[in-house]
Design a protein around this ligand. Structure first.
Ligand code: CAA
Length: 390
C-alpha cells in the first residue's frame, strides 16, 4: 500500500523582524545573521498565538469536508506545548470541528516530534487504509533577548494530512534512525526559554546526519545520484548546507549542482520565518515543492529530521503525478507577503508579553491579530480560544 503526505498546510504569525536591523541593534555585523546564519526575517508571535492556534490555523485552510470525515487520529508534535497533561491535539480537534471518533495525542522529542507523528501515522493507515491522520508540527522558538540563540528564533506550524494513495509524496519503507542521550538543547519545565550548547548542537546535528545517511545507504542500496533533493530540519538555513556539504564528494559534479540548487530553493520559506522547531523540516519540503516548478513526478526526496537531545532520522519520499495541483502556493505566498514588519523595540516588547503563570485571569484583545484562530485569554487556569469563522 502507498502511504504518505496528501496535503501540507502552513501558518506563521503576521509579524516579523528584519535580521539586518536586529543585528545592528545587537552591535553585530548584519552579514553574520544574513550570510553566516542565513536568516533574513524572523517571525514574531503575538501573545494571541500559541502552539495550539498556530497549528489550528495551519490546518484550517487545507482540510475539506471529506478530510474531516476521514481523519480519525490527530498527532501533535511540539516542544512548546501549553499543558503538561492535556494534549494540544485535543484543542485543535475541537477548534477544527473534527468528528469525535478519533484519537488525539501530543508527541514530544524536540524538533523530531512531527516526524515521530508521521511514522506513527503510517502504521495507523496501514491498519486502517480508509482513514486519514492529521499530523501537526507547531512551535514558538524562544531563546531570549540578547541570547546566543536569539537570531535562530521563529514561530509557525505545519499541518500534514497522511493517507493512503497520497497526492503529494509517497513515503518509502526504508528509514534509518538514531537515539543518543545528548545535552545540546533542552527546556526544563520551569523555563519558557530554551537552554542550548550551540557548538555541541551543531556538531551533533551533523554527526547524526552522517550516521543515519550511512545506515540508510547500507539498508537501501541507494546513493546520492538517486536523489533529486535532500530537505533538512532547518534551525537556521546555513545548518542544512553544512550537513549537505559533508556528503557532496560522494556524487558527480551534476549531483552536486542539482542538490545544491535544490537546497537553495528548499530554504526559501525558512529563511524568512526562522526556526519553527518540529515543523522546520516540513517547511523546507514545502518551500521546495511550492517554489520549484520543474521537479518531475517520480523524483526521490530525502528528508533529514533532527531533534536535539537527540533523535535523528533519514527517510525518503517519491513525488506523485500532478502533485503541484494539490499545493496551496497562492495561500502561502500571500500569508508570507502580507506580514507586518515590527521594529526591534516592538519585537522586544512583544517578546516580553507572555500569559500569566500565577493563575490570574486575563482577557486578550484579538482585533489586531488577523489569524482566524486566536488565544483570547485565561480563565480559571483554562486557556480560552476563538475561531472567528464560527
Ligand atoms: N559575515 C559572514 N559570516 C559571518 C560573519 C560576517 N560578518 N560573522 C560571523 N559569521 C559566520 C561565522 O563564521 C559562522 O559561520 P560557520 O558556522 O560557517 O563557521 C556563523 O556566522 C555563525 O557564527 P558563530 O558560530 O560565531 O555564531 P554564534 O556562536 O553566535 O552561534 C549558533 C550560532 C550556535 C547557531 C547559535 O545561534 C545557537 O546556539 N542557536 C541555537 C541552537 C541551534 O540552532 N543549533 C542548531 C543545531 S540543533 C537543532 O537543529 C535543533 C534545534 O532546532 C534547536
Amino acid at each position: 500500500m502507498k502511504i504518505g503526505i496528501d496535503k501540507i498546510g502552513f501558518y506563521t504569525p503576521h509579524l516579523y523582524v528584519d535580521m539586518n536591523k536586529l543585528a545592528v541593534a545587537r552591535d553585530i555585523e548584519p552579514e553574520k545573521f544574513t550570510i553566516g546564519i542565513g536568516q533574513e526575517k524572523m517571525a514574531i508571535s503575538p501573545v494571541t498565538q500559541d502552539a495550539v492556534t498556530l497549528a489550528a490555523n495551519a490546518a484550517l485552510n487545507i482540510l475539506d469536508e471529506q478530510d474531516k470525515e476521514q481523519i480519525d487520529f490527530v498527532i501533535f508534535g511540539t516542544e512548546t506545548g501549553i499543558d503538561n497533561s492535556k494534549s494540544a491535539a485535543v484543542y485543535v480537534h475541537h477548534l477544527l470541528g473534527l468528528h469525535p471518533q478519533a484519537r488525539a495525542i501530543e508527541v514530544k522529542q524536540a524538533c523530531y516530534g512531527a516526524t515521530a507523528g508521521i511514522q506513527m501515522a503510517k502504521g495507523h493507515i496501514a491498519l486502517n487504509p480508509d482513514s486519514k491522520v492529521l499530523v501537526l508540527g507547531s512551535d514558538i522558538a524562544r531563546y531570549g533577548l540578547n541570547s546566543s540563540g536569539e537570531a535562530t528564533q521563529g514561530a509557525g506550524a505545519v499541518a500534514l494530512v497522511i493517507s493512503a494513495d497520497p497526492k503529494l509524496l509517497v513515503l518509502e519503507d526504508q528509514s534509518a534512525y538514531l537515539t543518543e542521550d545528548v545535552m545540546d538543547f533542552w527546556r526544563p519545565v520551569y523555563s519558557d526559554k530554551a537552554y542550548v550548547d550551540g557548538k555541541l548542537s551543531n556538531e551533533k546535528y551533523i554527526s547524526f546526519f552522517n550516521t543515519v545517511w550511512e545506515q540508510y545507504k547500507a539498508k537501501s542500496g541507494l546513493e546520492l545520484k538517486d536523489f533529486a533533493a535532500i530537505c533538512y530540519h532547518l534551525p537556521y538555513t546555513k545548518m542544512g548546507l553544512k550537513a549537505l556539504r559533508t556528503i557532496m564528494d560522494e556524487g558527480t559534479e551534476a549531483d552536486k549542482e542539482r542538490l545544491l540548487a535544490n537546497y537553495e530553493v528548499s530554504k526559501g520559506y525558512n529563511k524568512i520565518v526562522g526556526n519553527i522547531y518540529t515543523g522546520s523540516l516540513y517547511l523546507s519540503l514545502l518551500s521546495l515543492l511550492e517554489q520549484k516548478d520543474d521537479l518531475a513526478a517520480g523524483s526521490r526526496i530525502g528528508l533529514y529530521s533532527y531533534g536535539s537531545g537527540s533523535v535523528g532520522e533519514f527517510f525518503t519520499g517519491i513525488l506523485q503525478e500532478d502533485y503541484r495541483k494539490h499545493l496551496h502556493v497562492e495561500q502561502h505566498t500571500t500569508l508570507l507577503s502580507s506580514r507586518t514588519e515590527v521594529t526591534v523595540a516592538e519585537y522586544e516588547d512583544i517578546f516580553e508579553q507572555t500569559l500569566p503563570i500565577d493563575g490570574s485571569t486575563v482577557e486578550l484583545n484579538v482585533d489586531n491579530d488577523p489569524a482566524t484562530i486566536c488565544v483570547t485569554g485565561i480563565t480559571d487556569h483554562m486557556r480560552q480560544y476563538v475561531n472567528k469563522a464560527d
